[in-house]
Design a protein around this ligand. Structure first.
Ligand code: ATP
Ligand code: SF4
Ligand code: MG
Length: 374
């Protein structure tokens, strides 16, 4: 989607609270006939109540597997290692049945497609009241009143009437509001919103994202907002983690990330956001090439085959996540960050080449497409 959303209101940290969620060196792989698929490869992150963390990356970068790993929603073919601390508890060894007690009341997830998240043959009101009765032990009439109020809070018009509708009787945007109401019903402390608006048109996307931001603030929830679009999280997340091939490759408070971007991959994601100032029909910079094979990843930087700034060292040596000098909150994994002399030299050459080929074209960051770029 386009645009960078509404201005983010800074949510104060709750006095005396540490991180709600703390993940250390999380790794998740899946058994497959070709070998282990390394979907999440050593991710560490933390989030406090009242804060929004944006997780951004292309398709297949491990965003959903990371969220599902934290939520304890993995299939039996998965192996998960690392530490997951939540509210002072260590969830690392928890079984599915123990996790079940957390779902809804402590952690909840909004999935991408509202049609699969809702039961098509159950009235929407009942989909909310069942959860309230099961998790919060409410009686029928209290659950009904609470469900109607929830529908009202997510701006469903005529909530008393809509309570009796089936999902197919509502528009996509309204259905996604219902999914949000279901996820919020039991007051989770942590909400995962996994591409919550991809199935919606641009105007409705913005409304639903604004609604989520409002609910997150009002409830002082922590939210992990997962998207492939840097523009979606630009105005809505306090902090952004960029994922590539199952790793966090750059992480920073949002304003710092945009002001002082380090990773060529983040730069490429930025170039892929449609700008309001772009003339109509501007061709967007696609990220050429394909992500690496997660069964047999290359030895060096996983982005090297697609990176216009890659040098010999990049193909040989994997860059570790390191902090920017003097700013431990901003970390990146790159040997030649976008403001390094080596990269600036290549960038200048590419821009000069671009101007020779098309002098009328606006000067923009180089379109990524490495040796195997398409
Ligand atoms: N059950 C599974 N078995 C084997 N591989 C899987 C399984 N689930 C996910 N994967 C693989 O793990 C990798 C990461 O997938 P994931 O769904 O987390 O990507 P994503 O970043 O959420 O992408 P998208 O933006 O398309 O939703 C992909 O290569 C995917 O094929
Ligand atoms: S410059 Fe090298 S290390 Fe940095 S992203 Fe490109 S290939 Fe990776
Ligand atoms: Mg996904």
């Amino acid at each position: 989607m386009s645009g960078t959303g509404t201005a983010l209101q800074d949510t104060p940290h709750a006095p005396g609270t540490g991180a709600l969620l703390e993940v250390e060196d999380l790794r998740t792989s899946f058994a497959s006939p070709r070998g282990e698929v390394g979907a999440v490869n050593g991710v560490s992150l933390s989030i406090q109540r009242g804060r929004t963390l944006g997780i951004v990356g292309e398709s297949g970068s491990g965003k959903s597997v990371l969220s599902r790993s934290i939520m304890g929603l993995l299939p039996p073919t998965a192996t998960r290692t690392g530490r997951i601390g939540f509210e002072g508890m260590d969830l690392s060894e928890w079984t599915d049945s123990r996790y079940r007690d957390l779902w809804g009341t402590e952690m909840a997830m909004i999935f991408q497609d509202p049609m699969t998240a809702l039961n098509p043959v159950m009235r929407i009101g009942r989909q909310i009241t069942e959860s309230l009765r099961f998790h919060l032990d409410m009686d029928r009439s209290t659950a009904q009143e609470t469900a109607v109020e929830l529908l009202r809070s997510v701006r469903i018009p005529e909530p008393e009437k809509r309570f009796r509708s089936y999902p197919h009787e509502m528009s996509g945007g309204m259905r996604q509001r219902v999914v949000i109401a279901v996820a919020l019903a039991c007051g989770p402390k942590l909400l995962f919103a996994d591409e919550p608006t991809t199935a919606l048109d641009v105007t409705v996307q913005a409304q639903v994202l604004d609604l989520l931001a409002e609910q997150q603030r009002d409830r002082f929830m922590a939210m992990i907002l997962v998207t492939h679009d840097l523009g979606v999280v630009a105005g809505r997340a306090h902090e952004i983690a960029v994922m590539y091939a199952g790793r966090v490759v750059e992480r920073a408070p949002t304003a710092e990330l945009f002001a002082n971007m380090k990773m060529p991959y983040t730069e490429a994601l930025l170039a892929a956001i449609p700008k309001l100032a772009d003339p109509p029909h501007t061709r967007l910079a696609a990220i050429g090439g394909l992500p690496p094979d997660l069964v047999d990843p290359p030895p060096g930087c996983p982005f090297a085959p697609r990176c216009p700034y890659a040098r010999e060292r990049c193909h040989r040596e994997r860059p570790e996540l390191v902090a920017v000098d003097g700013n431990p909150e901003h970390q990146y994994a790159c040997h030649y960050p976008v403001d390094s002399p080596e990269t600036i030299e290549i960038k200048d050459r590419m821009i000069a080449q671009q101007m020779i080929e098309d002098p009328s074209a606006p000067v923009s960051p180089p379109v990524i497409g490495g040796s195997d770029g398409r």
